[in-house]
Design a protein around this ligand. Structure first.
Ligand SMILES: NC(=O)c1ccc[n+]([C@@H]2O[C@H](COP(=O)([O-])OP(=O)(O)OC[C@H]3O[C@@H](n4cnc5c(N)ncnc54)[C@H](OP(=O)(O)O)[C@@H]3O)[C@@H](O)[C@H]2O)c1
Length: 283
């Protein structure tokens, strides 16, 4: 059965890795979409094109930092000059700051999170919307996080940035009701490379244990997009965080933070103020 997204032109940010890459591949192979992927690493994009093999002609890419307003304006102008009409924008690019207390972040870390995780979606939506509205099926899907549904110790900037994405998306959904599909995706822990900058490996086993495999997360996201769902929550942990936060806004976050603290993993040592196991071994 044909779906609304079949044969459309879809822009996906963060298409060089993880969720964005797998989403791009599925849309190309299963829904015959043309995907314009956006990310910074040419090496990763080139290897993705190679992996696509016979489908490579359905994938174009542009390399730019999504946190810059000017980059979005230039990208918009490039699309217009080349007579490319996008139908769907998926704002998926994101970074996960290392888990730590707010007071320990540098200004650069604070700025990086809000710029990449939030401003990118605000800038791209503002700049791209008039062009998207020329499509018969205009759509914007923003990838936030379960961290937008419940903030845990150690995730201040990430939770704040993703909560801002949630607010932006919900407001746009009402502003454009009946004119465009606006979707919000809130994944829980998902197995991708996003944890690469955490600076500790102890605790990754625990995170991997509760993480949803990337292909399952993308399955759920794709199904939700095909059904034009406004709100797509992914994973057992994502759903639990959403529910607990609604029922117990303070105690819920305390409970989840306490569980993480109880495992005393290095990943959260600085956040909860205990000594890293790796530091103990070195003594
Ligand atoms: N994995 C999880 O547990 C999880 C949970 C909740 C929410 N999410 C969200 O899901 C989305 C995808 O994450 P993922 O897990 O697939 O992570 P990932 O594998 O690290 O992919 C992140 C993508 O974003 C791109 N990117 C990062 N900063 C960028 C910038 N300034 N400009 C352009 N592109 C940039 C990266 O490409 P380059 O490095 O080539 O620039 C990469 O393609 C993110 O928004 C993330 O916050 C993930």
């Amino acid at each position: 059965m044909a779906k609304w997204i079949d044969n459309k032109t879809v822009i996906i940010t963060g298409a060089s890795s993880g969720i964005g890459k797998m989403l791009a591949e599925r849309l190309i192979k299963e829904r015959n979409c043309t995907v314009i992927g956006v990310a910074r690493s040419e090496k990763k994009m080139v290897s993705f094109v190679e992996e696509l093999g016979d489908y490579a002609s359905k994938f174009k890419y542009k390399l730019f930092d999504v946190s810059s307003y000017d980059n979005w304006q230039n990208f918009h102008d490039w699309l217009v000059e080349n007579n490319i009409q996008p139908d769907v924008l998926i704002n998926n690019a994101g970074v996960l700051p290392r888990f730590d207390r707010l007071v320990n972040y540098t200004k650069e870390e604070i700025d990086e999170s809000i710029n990449i995780d939030f401003y990118s979606a605000a800038y791209s939506s503002k700049i791209m919307l008039p062009l998207l509205m020329k499509s018969e099926t205009p759509a914007i899907v923003n990838v936030a996080s379960s961290a937008a549904l419940m903030a845990l110790g150690g995730t201040s900037m990430y939770s704040a940035s993703k909560a801002a994405v949630k607010g932006l998306t919900e407001a746009m959904r009402e502003e454009l009701r009946g004119e465009a599909y606006i979707g919000l995706v809130c994944p829980g822990f998902t197995k991708t490379d996003i944890f690469r900058n955490q600076g500790a490996t102890d605790g990754m086993n625990l995170i991997n244990m509760v993480s949803t495999p990337c292909h399952k997360a993308v399955n759920k996201i794709l199904k939700g997009i095909l059904r034009k769902k406004s709100y797509i929550v992914v994973g057992f942990d994502g759903n639990a965080m959403g529910r607990f936060n609604r029922l117990m806004p303070v105690q819920g976050s305390r409970l989840f933070s306490s569980v993480i603290k109880a495992f005393k993993i290095d990943l959260f040592a600085s956040t909860f103020g205990y000594e890293k196991k790796s530091a103990k071994k070195d003594k």
